[in-house]
Design a protein around this ligand. Structure first.
Ligand code: ATP
Length: 412
């Protein structure tokens, strides 16, 4: 077996110390919050339990900067909607604290009612009232104004989303995309500090979803409202959000920019969330992990410890590039597909292991061809532990590379 000479630098896990409420409220999961006490929204240490079925949320902390779009992503049942409902005031807070636009909205013994939180909401099914006209729907949340002002502000909000001429129609006479814009106009009409969007595009077909979500970005940015958007779709989160909070089992696993999440995942779970990834499990011996593609360094790990090496398909070097590393391995292409901008190939190594590589070169090797492959030493993630419960111990990832638009599921 050839020696693969990778050196890994240790990387500290982000953390900010908890500070006493209410004046120094900080979200512990986001370093940026330490410099952003003017956050549009600060969620600190939420814990929530429905009945006695155990904690649905545990220590959920995040912040939303003014004008920012943050996506809350995770699989079904991980607690995204519960987090949104607590922020909105639709659910009473049990533990933790919430500050919205500089105002304490919820803390032990404090519950500001939903209508006083200056929050706009948009739900998956739009929740438009069928018996009210479009203008009346948009005016619904403007209760404090007189009827003339409400109508004027509603028409203004409808004009902003390009639907002024639909003011006197009923929602049921409009397309899904138009209803979605009415719902957005209603959420933005009261000029809220924060807009909460719960799976806002899931009711639309794929083509409409693409155009509607870029419109939504422009409308949110024009309104200047900070937005917290729940979605289970990683691609949608990457497209829409400046930062993404990845949830798992009621906790925030990592909250960061899309690029940082992609390049520096804090766990195998986060690494897998945004794209396919090759995975090699191994046991540490003399600070090295043996993989089918050579030895990878694991400094500081005890002999006998379990470790997981992960490399995205675009970080598997193929052909000349692999040979240049001086640490390549021979294999045969067992599967190859051109996906539009890149090709995905499966290489069966001489040891029998399969490795997936993504190639942008139009001269990609076809099925049956012999190729050399190697790990790109700058883009390998090493995690301690087993497949599911591993904190990052090291990584050397440095470059751009998110590309979920051409995904093809596989198991590495
Ligand atoms: P999805 O993507 O499917 O909407 P989610 O991540 O938004 O899921 P939540 O709706 O927050 O998840 O639900 C988290 C957990 O809490 C689930 O196990 C759910 O069954 C449970 N749950 C949610 N609402 C209630 C409720 N009102 N009473 C009891 N359990 C609830």
């Amino acid at each position: 077996m050839k020696r693969f000479g990778l050196t890994f630098g240790a990387r500290a896990v982000k953390s900010v110390p908890a500070i006493a409420l209410p004046d120094d409220l900080l979200a512990q999961s986001c370093v940026a919050c330490a410099r952003q006490d003017a956050s549009a929204l600060v969620v600190d240490g939420l814990r929530h339990e429905y009945g006695d079925q155990g904690a649905t949320l545990q220590d959920v902390s995040l912040c939303l900067h003014p004008g920012e779009i943050l996506a809350l992503v995770g699989p079904s049942g991980c607690g995204k909607t519960t987090t949104l409902r607590l922020i909105a005031g639709l659910e009473r807070l049990q533990e933790g604290a919430l500050r919205i636009g500089g105002m304490m909205a919820a803390a032990p013994g404090l519950h500001v009612p939903a209508e006083n939180r200056n929050i706009g909401m948009m739900f998956q099914d739009y929740a438009l009232f069928p018996h009210l006209t479009v203008a009346e729907n948009v005016a619904f949340g403007l209760g404090r104004l007189d009827s003339t002002q409400r109508r004027e502000q509603a028409l203004e909000a409808l004009a902003d989303v390009g639907l002024a001429e639909f003011a006197d129609r009923y929602p049921t006479t409009m397309s899904g995309g138009q209803q979605q814009r009415v719902a957005l106009a209603r959420a933005l009409a009261p000029r809220p500090n924060v807009v909460l969007l719960d799976e806002p595009f899931s009711g639309l077909d794929a083509e409409l979803r693409r155009s509607v979500r870029s419109d939504a970005i422009h409308l949110l940015k024009a309104a200047g409202a900070a937005a917290l958007m729940v979605t289970h779709d990683p691609e949608e989160a990457l497209f829409m959000a400046e930062r993404i909070a990845v949830m798992r089992d009621g906790r925030i696993e990592q909250c960061d920019t899309p690029k940082a999440l992609y390049d520096h995942p804090a766990s195998p779970y986060v690494a897998r969330f945004f794209s396919e990834v090759n995975e090699f499990a191994g046991t540490v011996r003399a600070n090295l992990i043996r993989t089918p593609m050579g030895l990878v360094e694991a400094p500081g790990m005890a002999d006998g410890a379990q470790a997981l090496v992960m490399a995205r398909p675009e970080h598997i070097l193929v052909g000349e590039a692999a040979l240049e590393t001086g640490a390549s391995f021979a294999g045969n292409v067992s599967f190859a597909r051109w996906l539009g901008r890149t090709a995905l190939i499966e290489v069966r190594l001489e040891t029998g292991e399969a490795v997936f590589a993504r190639i942008s070169d139009k001269n990609w090797p076809g099925e049956g061809e012999a190729v050399e492959v190697a790990l790109d030493p700058e883009h390998v993630h090493v995690f301690a532990g087993d497949r599911d419960a591993a904190p990052v111990i090291a990584d050397m990832t440095k470059r751009d590379g998110a590309n979920t638009s051409e995904s093809l599921a596989f198991s590495g």
